[in-house]
Every structure is written in C-alpha cells, then in structure tokens.
Design a protein. Structure first.
Length: 123
C-alpha cells in the first residue's frame, strides 16, 4: 500500500465536502436564510434601529454572494479573446408587403340624426 491512495482519497473527500457546503449555502436552505435575513434587515431599517447604509451593504452582499458565479462567468468571457466568430448579415426578406394608405377618416359619417329642411322663421 502506498501513500498515493490515501492522498487522492483525502483530496476527493475534501472536494466533496466543499461542494456539499457550496450547494448547501447557495441552494434552497441558503436562499431561505438570505430571505429571512433581508426581511429582518428591512424591519430593522424601518424601525430606525439599523442605519440605512449598513442595511444596504448587507443586502448588496447577499446579492453578490448569490450571483457570484454569473458575475465571474461574465468577467471571464469579457477578457476571453473572440476566436472563430463569424458575423453573418441577415438575409433580405423574400416578400415585402405593401401597406395600403388609409382613407380619410370622418367620425360623423353616417350619423343617425336625420337632416331636416330649413324653415323660414317669418312664415
């Protein structure tokens, strides 16, 4: 038996433990704890027991914690050189529909009030 087997199994178990802890903190349990913490921070800020600046800092920390993977992926993709990228112009449509011009609109056309003949007042 060599020490190599013990070292690799120890590394694997440490990796598994860290992955379990990450899944626990970023999963549904971590989300529930963060929601309760933000609700408590909001109540403390509303009652004046916690300064607004400290509360906003804590809420921003929760935001950064839960979106760290997305932020890191965006930063890595930003500095990654763009290789094998081909920009293709969109094709022109095969048929272009013509839009008919509208007829002049008269809102009073065909009104329900009949036209009466004019009578002379002096008669």
């Amino acid at each position: 038996m060599g020490l190599g087997n013990y070292a690799s199994s120890g590394d694997q178990s440490l990796t598994d433990a860290v992955n379990w802890l990450r899944d626990l903190l970023l999963g549904s349990i971590g989300t529930m704890i963060a929601v309760l913490a933000i609700a408590g921070i909001g109540l403390l800020m509303l009652s004046g027991r916690l300064p607004i600046r400290r509360g906003v800092t804590a809420i921003l920390g929760c935001f950064i914690l839960f979106s760290a993977g997305t932020i890191a992926g965006g930063l890595i993709n930003q500095w990654e050189p763009m290789t094998n990228t081909v920009v293709v112009a969109p094709e022109a449509p095969a048929y272009t529909a013509t839009i008919p011009t509208p007829a002049p609109y008269d809102p009073f056309e065909g009104a329900a009030v009949p036209v009466r003949p004019q009578r002379d007042i002096l008669q």
